[in-house]
Design a protein around this ligand. Structure first.
Ligand SMILES: NC(=O)c1ccc[n+]([C@@H]2O[C@H](COP(=O)([O-])OP(=O)(O)OC[C@H]3O[C@@H](n4cnc5c(N)ncnc54)[C@H](OP(=O)(O)O)[C@@H]3O)[C@@H](O)[C@H]2O)c1
Length: 325
């Protein structure tokens, strides 16, 4: 797998990683053996970067990652902290960071976590020097090797990139979410900050397997957060209205490379964007993992394919969401 530098972490990671939200909760049930099968398929297939969070299954995802981490050399694990408490800036203190970090280290079974990201904190947190001094202290204390942020908006990403020690920015970037191309990716490249592209399949929309009749379980955020009832609506189908998303995906279908599935095309599009360090598709089974890894070996997309994505976005998606995040 192609390796890329993950910003200021100084680490190189395979360009296709794994998102481990599915292994915790919010996506319907994934039992422990299936979750471990996903992790093993990823590592055996060459994945060297896994993204998790303390809040996924309230620690279940971190603990499952911890189980495979012990036996895996060369794996970089990123977790996130901050969403197990009320979302107010006052909670972003060094004392809380230490407590959250202790729990994550225990869940993962490590003394030092490779990368810890603030998990979409309230916007004022990005402008608070004390927050970043506290994160520097975690590095000095040897609890974490590097820190980054996971953001909702491009404006938050740009504020974070301007901080000297932010190693990486995690942001929604996919064929239905093009705004980070305008300013965030160029700024990250200039500053040497890594870009972790999340929700790369728009919560599965960009797999091309759904239609107007598709339904999701009651315990799946694609049912209960479709209109942002539980958390930021941008995390569910990228904030795109489901039927508009289906129409966009149908427009892209004729542009698939021979033999490639829609998911691979969608991931390859992200890989081809200058400034992207790693893309982190979530997966519920080993077959999905294998399909996603194979995007790394697809030929880069042609100018016509890239134009098709841009035009589809401009025609259908831009009017709906471009100014929102
Ligand atoms: N605030 C944050 O920081 C934040 C928020 C969201 C996500 N994330 C991170 O980003 C990661 C990825 O985003 P995501 O999981 O939300 O969405 P995603 O990767 O865009 O979509 C995952 C879904 O796509 C489908 N899928 C995956 N691979 C497939 C394949 N090869 N073929 C067909 N379908 C496939 C599956 O849907 P089915 O379940 O229908 O099979 C899977 O559940 C998360 O796991 C998490 O680590 C972070």
């Amino acid at each position: 797998m192609e390796m890329r530098r993950l910003g200021r972490t100084g680490r190189d990671v395979g360009v296709v990683g794994l998102g481990a939200w599915q292994l915790g909760g919010d996506w319907g049930s994934v039992d422990e053996s299936d979750a471990l099968a996903v992790l093993h398929a990823a590592i055996d297939g060459g994945v060297t970067f896994i993204d998790t969070a303390d809040v996924y299954g309230d620690g279940r995802s971190e603990r499952l990652v911890g189980q495979v981490l012990k036996a895996s050399d060369g794996l970089t694990v990123a977790t996130k902290m901050g969403r197990r408490v009320e979302q107010v800036p006052e909670n972003y203190t060094l004392q809380n960071f230490r407590a959250w970090n202790d729990r994550s280290r225990q869940n993962l079974g490590v003394d030092t976590i490779d990368l810890v990201q603030l998990h979409c904190p309230p916007t004022p947190v990005y402008s608070d020097d004390e927050v970043f001094d506290a994160l520097d202290a975690l590095v000095d204390e040897g609890r974490i090797a590097s820190y980054g942020v996971s953001v909702e908006t491009c404006a938050e990403a740009l504020t974070a990139i301007a901080r000297p020690n932010v190693a990486s920015v995690q942001i929604i970037l996919n064929a239905l979410r093009l705004k980070p191309l305008d300013e965030v990716l160029p700024a990250a490249r200039a500053a040497g900050v890594g870009i972790i592209a999340r929700v790369p399949l728009a919560s599965g929309l960009l797999s091309g397997k759904y239609d107007e009749h598709t339904t999701f379980g009651d315990d799946d955020h694609r049912t209960y957060n479709r209109h942002g009832e539980a958390f930021d609506v941008g995390e569910t189908f990228s904030g795109v209205d489901f039927s508009t998303g289906l129409e966009a995906v149908r427009r892209l279908m004729p542009w698939l490379p021979a033999g490639a599935a829609m998911a691979q095309f969608a991931l390859r599009w992200i890989i081809d964007q200058p400034g992207v360090s790693v893309v982190i598709p979530g997966a519920r089974n080993p077959e999905q993992v294998a399909g996603n890894i194979s995007a790394a070996t697809l030929t880069p997309l042609t100018p016509d394919q890239l134009t098709a994505v841009q035009q589809t976005y401009d025609d259908l998606i831009r009017p709906q969401i471009h100014d929102r995040w």
